[in-house]
Design a binder for this molecule. Structure first.
Ligand SMILES: CC(C)(COP(=O)(O)OP(=O)(O)OC[C@H]1O[C@@H](n2cnc3c(N)ncnc32)[C@H](O)[C@@H]1OP(=O)(O)O)[C@@H](O)C(=O)NCCC(=O)NCCS
Length: 156
């Protein structure tokens, strides 16, 4: 754990365009292959559920999800390295589960790198189960590829 969560309390709210610079800082600091501003802008433009977690003045995490025809797809869940391990990822994930259920999704799907044991631990502890594998789905270091595990959770 790199930080202790006391005050201020994490506050979750929908993302807007003005958050993009802060979201990109978190994104690039947390991922080896971060999303670009153009991808994040597209997610806002098409109306995906895009949320941020604020801590005081700072945006310290974000989540992006699409919901359509009864299926929710969690496309991104990310917490600033400085604030990982203090419960923010779980809060964001639970909010996404609630938003998906409110929008009548019956299942949430997501992909996760096989090597991402932290994220896998979070998803499994929230009731997600592995339903498949996409071979070579993610770019990896030195031009290689890494498999994705597909996880799902029933929401009804
Ligand atoms: C994955 C991620 C979103 C988790 O967010 P977080 O705020 O660090 O997680 P939390 O503090 O809410 O922890 C929730 C659970 O995740 C698991 N977990 C988190 N970090 C872990 C680690 N380093 N090793 C093992 N399990 C870990 C644990 O099950 C933990 O529950 P516990 O504290 O009760 O043991 C965050 O680490 C992150 O942004 N990582 C980089 C981006 C990423 O990989 N996103 C996921 C893409 S699929």
């Amino acid at each position: 754990m790199s930080a202790v969560l006391q005050d201020p309390t994490p506050f979750l709210r929908p993302m807007s365009k003005v958050d993009l610079a802060s979201v990109l800082v978190v994104e690039t600091s947390a991922y080896s292959h971060p999303w670009s501003e153009a991808i994040l802008l597209d997610c806002l433009r098409v109306g995906y559920s895009c949320w941020v977690c604020e801590l005081g003045e700072d945006v310290v995490g974000h989540a992006v999800m699409s919901v359509a025809v009864g299926e929710a797809h969690l496309l991104n869940l990310c917490v600033s390295p400085e604030w990982q391990g203090v419960g923010i990822g779980r809060r964001l994930l639970r909010r996404m589960l609630r938003v998906a259920a409110d929008r009548q999704a019956d299942t949430m799907f997501l992909e996760v790198r096989t090597s991402n044991l932290g994220a896998r631990g979070l998803y499994e502890s929230e009731g997600f189960g592995e339903i498949g594998r996409r071979r070579g789905y993610y770019p990896a270091t030195e031009g290689g590829r890494e498999d994705a595990l597909v996880y799902a959770k029933a929401l009804l």
